[in-house]
Design a protein around this ligand. Structure first.
Ligand code: SAM
Length: 242
């Protein structure tokens, strides 16, 4: 377990290594992520590893050995940036955002939310030199089976999914308990006022005040939507139960 010494009471620290720290400005300074930082639930630090490139032009990429299209992120600036942070603030696990990684899901988000601290490395171009993965990275994480131009949007997805699970991040702690993937089913539908909108009515049972019937309706709706959109989740559950 990695302990934080910097801010007393802080639940988590996340460090992000990126060539484009400005891409985080909007997502980190609004809504839940902003509140979580302001309340001291999480501290998020951005590190531009270009700063650690030694040559005059601060070069961070080069052509691939063996030929082929695109550029590869050089190992030296990334190693130096990560080692500098470890030497000055202590150890942390490093996750590299990569389409070749383990696919991120709610279970992984929950596991990560139990860490005191972790760091994310955002790739660009063709990705990082393999020696970065072999020598520095603890785990590769993909946010899905598609290719992004860089790891920054993926890092924002991971940060958002993890931080909302931290105690004190959401206004109402129960908000994250019933959500899709927190059980083996997708979430039931929500309705708010007005009770009738353009001829569409809120289901009668939700205004009945009968808690058992409401719970049954929600369970049944969850099953239906899961069967319709994610039958694989029900199949997995069936297999796990033998
Ligand atoms: N050449 C790589 C490949 O085919 O696997 C793709 C590199 S991609 C253009 C550039 C960077 O975007 C990657 O190094 C990674 O950091 C990030 N990235 C792209 N797709 C991603 C995904 N699905 N999940 C997480 N990160 C992704």
């Amino acid at each position: 377990m990695i302990f934080l010494k910097t801010i007393p009471g802080l639940i988590m620290r996340i460090d992000v290594f990126t060539l484009f720290p400005e891409m985080f400005a909007g997502p980190l300074s609004n809504s839940i992520l902003r509140r979580a930082q302001n309340k001291g639930v999480v501290e998020i630090r951005l590190h531009n590893f270009r700063r650690f490139a030694k040559d005059r032009h601060h070069t961070v990429d080069d052509t691939p050995y063996g030929g082929g299209a695109g550029m590869v992120l050089k190992p030296e600036p990334i190693f130096e940036a990560v080692e500098h942070l470890k030497n000055t603030t202590g150890p942390f696990p490093l996750f590299y955002l990569s389409p070749k990684g383990k696919v991120f899901n709610q279970k992984i988000a929950t596991e990560m939310s139990n860490l005191k601290r972790f760091a994310l490395l955002c790739g660009r171009y063709e990705g990082v030199d393999q020696r970065v993965i072999d020598g520095l990275v603890d785990e590769e994480i993909s946010i899905g089976d598609y290719v992004l131009s860089g790891g920054e949007p993926a890092a924002i997805v991971v940060i958002d999914a993890v931080v909302r699970l931290l105690k004190g991040a959401l206004g109402d702690e129960k908000s994250s308990e019933d959500e899709s993937f927190s059980s083996d089913l997708l979430e039931y539908p929500h309705y708010t006022k007005p009770r009738e909108f353009r001829g569409m009515e809120v289901p009668e049972v939700l205004v009945s005040g009968n808690h058992k019937e409401i719970a049954d309706f929600r369970k049944e709706s969850s099953l239906k939507i899961t069967l319709q959109n994610r039958p694989d989740m029900l199949k997995l559950k069936g297999e796990a139960n033998g």
